[in-house]
Every structure is written in C-alpha cells, then in structure tokens.
Design a binder for this molecule. Structure first.
Ligand code: AMP
Length: 217
C-alpha cells in the first residue's frame, strides 16, 4: 500500500496512520514527526525549521523534499508507505511525483480526510500526546485530568503549535497552500474522500472500505 493522507491539521491523519500501520504493516512517514525529532536533536535541519514551526508556518519546500527523498530510499519502503503531512504544497507534490518515478513506487491513492474547521480548532486545542508511547488523545473525550496516558501511564503534553493562535495560523496556511492539492490529485484521478468527523473507529472503518473497494492492501 502506498498512500498519501491529506487533510487539515487535526483531521486525524496521525491517528489513522497509526491504525493503518498496525493493520497493514506499512511504514508511516510523518514529516511533522521527523522535523520535531530534528528539532529535539538540534540538528541543522531542526535549527532551520524551528522558527517556521513555532509560528505554524510551512518549512521551506527544499528542506522537506530532501528529507522525504532520503527517507523513501530506505529499504523498509518495500513494505509500502503512508505519507502523513506531505506533500503540503504544489511544488512538494511535483517533487514527490519525480521521487516516486525515480524509485519506481507509484502511489495507490490519496485519502482526503474531510472535516469542518470549527471541529478542527476544538480538536487541536484539546489534543494531548503521550511522551512515552506517542498516542494521541483528546481532553474532551477522555476520563481523568488529561495529564496521564490511559494506555501506558506516561505523561501527556500539548504540542507548542496546538496553542489557539498558532492553530488558527496553521489552518490558514492549510487553506492557502495545501488545499489546492485536493484539485490537483482529483484531476489525476487519485483522490478518495473520507468523512473525518466521526470517532477514530468510524473513520478507520470508512477508510478500510474505501481501500477494499479499490483493491488496495
Ligand atoms: P504536522 O505534525 O504535520 O502538523 O507538522 C507540524 C509542522 O511541521 C507544520 O506546521 C510545519 O511547520 C512543519 N511541516 C510538517 N510537514 C511539512 C511539510 N510537508 N512542508 C512544510 N512544513 C511541514
């Protein structure tokens, strides 16, 4: 399976990618996760990306494309891959096409997670991530104080860029720079829409039906 998960921040790309990875055994490539790791490790890429990420802006295309190009040349890609958070601009989509041609791994489809913006703001500002196991939770649907991970007991934290002002900027950036990819992939006959307003399980079920209907596994 070779998929792109497309959708606004908070649509559930990371959560669905985790579920898909578990079920289909493919590699999950999240450019946001790779950048956050680089930031933590204070690498050259991390230092270059830091200011953009703090403001909720996109990191320059050439940095992200170099990062993805290197990742897609690793051997585990033979198991299939899920792109989460990439491509996010038209130049990235074009560069991605070239990379896939070069490595001989054409995309099966682009799954668009569709959801209203008001729901996204609520989801993102209430989003908490576990420092130990990396699972993603929502304060409004979990029991307890939202400080401890119900799965493993690790500490939960809020991503810096999930603060309300930064969230609004990230959604604006999505509308202006990433939303045009919907038409771009639709024109190429690659786009499949999924309603992302339900629970994790409902969304996952819909994605699985879409994949099965297109013989993607
Ligand atoms: P995410 O975890 O996908 O929401 O990404 C967090 C942040 O990392 C974004 O707000 C951007 O600053 C940066 N980022 C992640 N993926 C990309 C990308 N494909 N292009 C540019 N910036 C990105």
């Amino acid at each position: 399976m070779r998929l792109v998960l497309l959708g606004a921040p908070g649509a559930g790309k990371g959560t669905q990618a985790d579920l898909l990875k578990e079920r289909y055994g493919c590699v999950h490539i999240s450019t946001g996760d790779i950048l956050r790791q680089n930031l933590k490790d204070k690498t050259e890429w991390g230092l270059e990306a830091e200011a953009f990420m703090k403001r909720g802006e996109l990191v320059p295309d050439d940095l992200v494309v170099r990062m993805v190009s290197g990742r897609l040349r690793q051997d585990d890609i033979a198991r299939g891959f899920l792109m989460d958070g990439f491509p996010r601009t038209l130049p990235q989509a074009e560069a991605f096409d070239d990379i896939l041609k070069n490595i001989g791994q054409p995309l099966d489809c682009v799954l668009l997670l569709e959801i209203d913006e008001e729901v996204l703001v609520e989801r993102l500002t209430n989003r908490r991530t576990c420092r130990s196991c990396g699972r993603i939770w929502n304060l409004s649907t979990m029991t307890g104080g939202g400080e401890i991970c119900p799965a493993c007991g690790g500490d939960l934290f809020r991503r810096d860029d999930d603060a309300a002002e930064v969230v609004r900027n990230r959604l604006k950036v999505y509308r202006e720079q990433t939303a045009p990819l919907v038409a771009w992939y639709r024109n190429r006959g690659m786009l499949q829409g999924c309603d992302a307003s339900g629970t994790q399980e409902e969304i996952f079920r819909e994605i699985r039906v879409t994949l099965e209907n297109h013989d993607i596994s």
